[in-house]
Design a protein around this ligand. Structure first.
Ligand code: PLP
Ligand code: COI
Length: 354
């Protein structure tokens, strides 16, 4: 398939790197492609970023059949564009597609199309460390139909947004709140897919957490409400007695790519690392007896995000005196230096664009 390109006449300008926040500015162009049962994925095109025109009956609007990904492009000091584990994102997109009854997309073809789009938008990629071009591939169900079933037609699009830090706190510790009353996902459900509904399910508790001064919610499992799962937009790691622990993947946690990077590096560095169940009681106990040394989150938007405080009911746990700990620093440095081309890509995570 040939990707057609329609260039925008009047190009926008990228804000200064220091003014970039997360996700509100978009580049000049987007990638679009459609699916129908008779044609399969067809009409791939790069065109000016523009509003979608949809019937109010569009299935995605009513039943949430939508999946997405989040990955980043970085510019190195010598001006090259680099992607970080992009094929893993598209593998996960296809896994989400299978989970939501959406037709899969050829990964080589998406990669080529994305690279074409990125080359066209090269000037939109910020240059300072800590900034990047956030890439949001999305698939939505487009049948105009009110019966509940999987749609027959779909739109795939990729939009791009120059970004800085996800949290207002930047790399400083964030405070998180454990919800006692709300759950995000259950095993056997759709928690492990990157789909709109999981974020809809998280909003009520997230808004409550924000009112209490917490940046995000740390979710417990949906069945026993006892085991720690993940945070609203990142996976979670604990250093207890120098054992690096992250909840095991159980079907209701998003299998984070940054999570996997942390695990790979930890193993390479010879750390004691476990993917296992960790209960809220174990966490409270570890904090009480002083063995809980550090907590940090991992995610594309959040990168490595130290956690300074966790609240569970009336229990307020201060972690590492509310400061960034050495493990968070070490993982953050290692991962970002590979992403920005400042360190050797020892794990073969980088794919060059040009
Ligand atoms: N968990 C949730 C719910 C997320 O939204 C994200 C972000 O993508 C992550 C975890 C981290 O995943 P990744 O490292 O692949 O970005
Ligand atoms: C990401 O880290 O890419 C995310 O998708 C998190 C959030 C913005 C939904």
């Amino acid at each position: 398939m040939e990707v057609s390109i329609t260039e925008k006449q009047e190009k926008g300008t990228r804000p200064e790197d220091s003014k970039l926040a997360f996700g509100s500015i978009f580049t000049d162009h987007m990638f679009n492609m459609d699916y129908s049962p008779d044609k399969g994925w067809h009409n791939p095109r790069i065109e000016p970023f523009k509003d979608l025109s949809l019937s109010p009956a569009t299935m995605m609007l009513h039943y949430g059949q939508a999946i997405f990904e989040g990955l980043k492009a970085y510019k190195t000091d010598d001006g090259n564009i680099r992607l970080y584990r992009p094929r893993d994102n598209f593998k996960r997109l296809n896994k989400s597609a299978r989970g939501l009854c959406i037709p899969e997309i050829d990964i080589d073809f998406i990669m080529e199309s994305l690279k074409t789009l990125l080359k066209l938008e090269k000037n939109w990629i910020p240059e300072t460390m800590g900034t990047s071009l956030y890439i949001r591939p999305t698939v939505i169900a487009t049948d105009p139909y009110l019966g509940v079933r999987a749609s027959e037609t779909y739109r795939f699009f990729i939009i791009l947004s120059p970004v800085g830090a996800y949290y207002a706190a930047g790399f400083n510790p964030v405070n998180i709140w454990i919800s006692k009353d709300h759950v995000r996902a259950v095993r056997g459900g759709i928690g492990e897919f990157k789909t709109a509904a999981n974020y809809a399910a998280s909003l009520y508790a997230s808004e409550k957490a924000k009112k209490e001064g917490y940046a995000q919610v740390l979710w417990l499992d949906g069945v026993e409400r006892k085991y720690i799962e993940e945070v609203g937009a990142m996976n979670i790691f604990f250093n207890i007695n120098n054992e690096l622990i992250t909840p095991e993947l159980n079907g209701s946690i998003l299998p984070g790519i940054t999570r996997d990077s942390v695990l790979q590096l930890a193993k390479r560095w010879g750390m004691k690392v476990s993917e296992r169940k960790i209960s809220i009681d174990e966490l409270i106990q570890a904090q009480k007896d002083g063995s809980l040394k550090e907590v940090f989150g991992s995610g594309t938007a959040a990168v490595i995000s130290p956690v300074g405080e966790i609240r569970y009911g009336d229990d307020v746990m201060t972690i590492a005196d509310g400061k960034t700990g050495p493990m968070a620093l070490k993982f953050n440095k290692a991962i970002t230096e590979i992403q920005y081309g400042k360190a050797e890509d020892t794990e073969a995570w980088i794919e060059a664009v040009d």
